[in-house]
Design a protein around this ligand. Structure first.
Ligand SMILES: [Zn+2]
Ligand SMILES: [Zn+2]
Length: 261
């Protein structure tokens, strides 16, 4: 069964395409379970996300396509939530329509480290310290137990600025233990293939640890346009199978179910 739980729509203001266009593409690619995961509304960084008032529009649009394509594809409702504790909001976290929340780190103290606009900031910092800070946020996010899925767990590698002295396995050990304790799934996110790093999130070495620790995985293409739906899913599934995974997690009303891949 092909699953893709990470997809954005025009409502994010930096993605394009309406839900019907995403679903048409998903059906073409043989996706059986498809999830929308627009960025959460919040008072920080508002131009890259929907407004709180648009949450109902978002859910209505999803309900419409779910009805239209009933029997052809299962459609789930999610948000990709920036884990910034002071901006978390119950209108997202406690929303009863939600099937799952993806917890992601895109900011370190307000710095959007994965945004090419702010890439210059890497020159001002020590790369090893950035990696330590990033993974401590991932650990804190997992410990919050607010989310079902960890989004692109090693996003910090996006521009290929890798740690100089530190071993990535050491950095990720405690975050993975927290993820396991919180019963979360780690997302295999194919967007990494189309970024400077040119590989899956997570890297092979992290994915092997995930497997050894018996942590569930799920899959997302992180599409920001209909043409990116399912992009690199073949490669993503191949990597998962090479390591030994034969099932992935989906979530309905925040309850995990494992399905065969
Ligand atoms: Zn985005
Ligand atoms: Zn993201």
């Amino acid at each position: 069964m092909i699953v893709d739980l990470h997809n954005h729509t025009f409502l994010c203001n930096h993605a394009e395409g309406i839900p019907t266009e995403y679903i048409e593409e998903a059906i073409k690619r043989g996706i059986a379970v498809f999830g929308f995961s627009d960025h959460n509304p919040m008072e920080f960084d508002p131009k890259y996300r929907m407004k709180f008032e648009e949450i109902s529009t978002y859910f209505n649009l999803i309900d419409e396509v779910a009805e239209k394509y009933r029997g052809k594809i299962e459609i789930l409702k999610g948000f990709e939530v920036d884990y910034i504790p002071q901006y978390l909001d119950s209108r997202v976290l406690e929303n009863s329509s939600i099937d799952y929340l993806i917890g992601s780190i895109h900011f370190l103290d307000g710095w959007g480290f994965d945004n090419p606009e702010f890439i210059g900031e890497y020159q001002n910092r020590d790369i090893d310290s950035i990696w330590v800070e990033y993974f401590s946020k991932v650990e804190e996010m997992a410990n919050s137990k607010l989310f079902q899925i960890v989004g692109h767990i090693d996003l910090i590698k996006v521009f290929k600025f890798l740690p100089k002295k530190l071993d990535i396995r050491d950095l990720v050990e405690k975050p993975l233990q927290a993820i396991k304790r919180s019963n979360m799934a780690v997302e295999l996110n194919g967007a990494g293939y189309r970024k400077p790093i040119g590989e899956l999130y997570p890297s092979r070495e992290i994915l092997e640890m995930v497997y050894e620790m018996d942590i569930p995985i799920t899959i997302g293409s992180d599409a920001h346009s209909p043409k990116q739906v399912g992009l690199f899913l073949d490669r993503t599934i191949k990597e998962a199978k090479e390591i030994g995974f034969d099932e992935v997690a989906i979530f309905r009303k925040r309850e995990m179910e494992m399905v065969k891949i």
